[in-house]
Design a binder for this molecule. Structure first.
Ligand SMILES: [Zn+2]
Length: 96
């Protein structure tokens, strides 16, 4: 998560940049990272949206399609087989 920086700091950095101070010096004076000063100097920082878009939820897609014989669990299921998928996922978790 990006650190929130007071917009006033952005203004201060702008002022200092205008005076010709080095980015390193500005970073030290304002108390932010050089990377942030660089982002501000190149205008990237100011373009950043104030709010991050809400995280997209991963939608659960139920299996669809014709019923087929699952060779793993020997059930008549729709592919992909949810039961086998869960088992594979569990097996992967156990390996960690
Ligand atoms: Zn299965």
């Amino acid at each position: 998560m990006a650190r929130r920086i007071d917009p006033k700091v952005g203004e201060r950095v702008k002022e200092l940049l205008a005076t010709g101070l080095t980015r390193r010096e500005i970073a030290r004076q304002v108390g932010i990272s050089k990377g942030t000063v660089r982002a501000m100097a190149t205008g990237q920082w100011f373009k950043r949206p104030a709010k991050r878009p809400a995280k997209r939820r991963v939608e659960f897609k139920p299996p669809s399609g014709p019923l087929v014989w699952c060779s793993r669990c020997r059930a008549n299921v729709q592919k992909p087989c949810v039961a086998c998928g869960a088992r594979r996922w569990k097996a992967g978790q156990n390996q960690k």
